[in-house]
Design a protein around this ligand. Structure first.
Ligand code: PLP
Length: 449
């Protein structure tokens, strides 16, 4: 017992002494030392169990520790671990074929990257190459990755400390944030000012200069801002009208997360390109993908595709993805996301009656977010967008309580995300929501309504 305790401390100390932590001050971090993980649970060195209500970084969609993936990876390693992207492997071809089958209509060819940001970078470059235009329209409440281009395209405040002149010609528009509509409208009676706003920006910027509109298939880490039912179709129509490409960032919303293979399927919209990552391997190995339409692919039949990476189509990552996609099907995980998502909706509706601090809950499949407020009438947030440490005091207490109770959850500003692995059961949902209910009582105490 004592030996394992000191092993835990050693693990944590080595990490704190010799490694850097993302998006944080380095002092005062108290990481969980994960010894093993299985299904929806993480276990630390002391045997404490955490229910993973954020699927890692909303990527471990099939759950942790699936040995089928381990075996597929080992087998690929034994056959061939690496070849240049100019050579081909069975895994790469099988994965490409499978993606063509599940992606919307005309999206049938894929360029593989090592993660989401790289897929976004390549999509931006490709859009500019293909259209000969340079401007990209993207949204403020969006995160597209942490490389320069992807970060510039996003509006997430994590980019602000870097905000010197980043990648040029990226223009931002407002979001269809219906709970806090920027135009003060209600979804039932508005004229989709969120769409006419985009059209005005297109006209101001000159349609002939705009290569693409980039937006998440379904909003993720910016608060699961749900699109009005016809929003994406209207954006698609704008793109068609002005000959602009539509790029759907399905890094977080892809692979069953929203109850469909891709979130754009929910809206009946086929983009010109999909960028994706995360759920493609469910986090077992790093892989990203840029899936393009037949028309775009054909353009490069006679023109050079000026894109490439050492680890493009890494055979072992592709083999992991092939197996992971098979697991989604064998375990009917996409259907389970729908069932469990509906169950969560019902249960959170009950929580909303008990907890005045729940201002809004937005969920699609298993991509959900609670928004905590100090007052339901004024919608004053428990912590504002990009809140500093002081303003985060209550939310940090909520997060600390969740951790203490054994829930691994993603908490940002006044948001608590509910995005468990797609293999979650009803009993496990109940277990997680009970912990959330207990923790947000802390926020209720601050309620001013
Ligand atoms: N796009 C979206 C919508 C994301 O949520 C993320 C990561 O959270 C990314 C892109 C970046 O992916 P990666 O971290 O693999 O570069």
């Amino acid at each position: 017992e004592t030996a394992s305790l000191s092993a835990a401390q050693q693990v944590i100390q080595d990490n704190l002494d010799y490694t850097l932590f993302s998006w944080s001050k380095q002092k005062g971090i108290a990481p969980i030392a994960v010894k093993h993980a299985e299904g929806v649970y993480l276990y630390d060195y002391d045997g404490k169990r955490y229910l993973d209500f954020s699927s890692g970084l909303i990527n471990v969609n099939i759950g942790h520790g699936n040995q089928r993936v381990t075996r597929a990876v080992m087998q690929q390693m034994q056959e061939v671990s690496y070849v240049t992207p100019g050579c081909v492997t069975r895994a790469r071809g099988e994965l490409g074929k499978k993606l063509a089958a599940i992606a919307p209509g005309p999206l049938n060819k894929t360029l593989f990257t090592t993660g989401g940001a790289e897929a976004v970078e390549n999509a931006l470059k490709l859009a500019r190459l293909y259209t000969g235009r340079s401007k990209i329209i993207a949204r403020y409440r969006a995160f597209h990755g942490a490389s320069y281009g992807a970060m510039t395209a996003g509006g997430d405040p994590r980019k602000l400390p870097h905000d010197v002149q980043q990648v040029p010609n990226i223009i931002h528009v407002e979001d269809p944030y219906c709970y806090r509509c920027p135009w003060g409208k209600e979804i039932t009676s508005c004229s989709r000012e969120c769409v006419s706003h985009i059209e005005r920006v297109i006209e101001f910027e000159g349609p002939e200069n705009i290569a693409a509109i980039l937006m998440e298939g379904e909003s993720g880490s910016s608060g699961c801002i749900k699109y009005p039912p016809d929003y994406l179709q209207k954006v698609r129509a704008l793109c068609d009208h002005y000959n602009i490409l539509l790029i759907a960032d399905e890094v977080m919303s892809g692979f069953g997360r929203t109850g469909r293979w891709f979130a754009c399927d929910l809206h009946g919209v086929a983009p010109d390109m999909i960028v994706t990552a995360k759920g493609i391997t469910a986090g077992y190995l790093p892989l990203g993908a840029l899936i393009v339409s037949d028309k775009i692919a054909a353009y490069f039949d006679d023109k050079v595709l000026w894109l490439g990476l050492t680890y493009s189509a890494h055979p072992v990552c592709c083999a992991a993805a092939v197996e992971v996609l098979q697991i989604y099907e064998d375990e009917q995980l996409v259907a389970n996301a729908v069932t469990m998502g509906r169950y969560i909706d019902e249960q959170v509706a009950r929580l909303q009656q008990q907890h005045p601090s729940i201002g809004d809950f937005r969920n699609t499949g298993l991509l959900g977010c609670l928004e905590l407020v100090k007052n339901r009438a004024t919608k004053a947030p428990m912590a504002r967008f990009n809140a500093g440490a002081e303003e985060m005091a209550v939310m940090n207490k909520v997060a600390g309580k969740l951790k203490q109770l054994g829930l691994y959850a993603f908490v940002r500003w006044n948001y608590v995300f509910i995005a468990p692995p797609l293999c979650i059961t009803r009993a496990q949902v109940d277990e997680g929501l009970a912990m959330i209910s207990e923790a947000i009582s802390i926020a209720d105490e601050q309620y001013e309504g």
